[in-house]
Ligand binder design. Sequence first.
Ligand code: AP5
Length: 213
Amino acid sequence: MLRCDKKMVVLLLGAPGAGKGTIANFLEKEYGFFHLATGQLFRQITKQNSVLANKIKKIINAGKLVNDTLTNKLVKNNLVGKKAENIVLDGYPRNVMQAKYLNKFCKIDYVFDLCVKENIIIKRIIGRRICPICQTIYNIYYKKPKQWNHCNFDHHILIKRDDDTIQTIKLRLQEYKKFNQPLVTYYQKKGIYKKITLMGKRLITQIEKILKL
Ligand code: AP5
């Protein structure tokens, strides 16, 4: 089990655009968590010139999930041997198969399910911009950079994700709905599930309080 050399493992569930990456970035920057985001790992792979890269690109842009075997292997490779004290998992697991796989080698302490209404989610995703260098997440409606379309930290021009189109968002939401409820039930039965409905500063405060940060 990874747990023995870690302080805590936090898992973030939630629909596309629910704010998983934003919270995980916060825990990483403010509290030094090791942040593992499967979506980000896959996006890195798509930049390569390979058959696998093209395959993953097609899956992401179709709003589907990448197959469990590849996803599980990627996660395990990135987790095993990590010296970080605290870990936040963002976007993994996405279904019960992945959760059961994770359970074999990693004890989860907290599962936060970020619940946000669909109309807000769509506006958030349409407005999302990302720094391709440091991965800081911005939003043209909710979290504007200091200088228009430039990262606050490295001043690089911000980009929009290829899968942040209205058509793909709808497909991603459909895919999310197919797999989410069994996953929620799985963690509810383990007694570590917590539904989170707050937003903004109050959301951060609630998470800090639960994690005793
Ligand atoms: P992934 O990158 O994980 O995308 P996702 O789950 O669709 O989630 P998002 O990254 O879109 O949203 P988020 O919840 O992180 O929101 P964020 O904080 O950015 O996965 C992409 C693809 O990879 C998948 O579709 C799949 O193909 C594949 N994949 C990934 N993991 C996989 C797995 N385990 N198995 C199989 N395939 C997998 O926030 C969104 C916006 O809202 C931002 O602009 C932000 O500034 C803003 N915002 C956030 N919080 C707030 C707030 N409280 N108030 C106002 N604005 C806010």
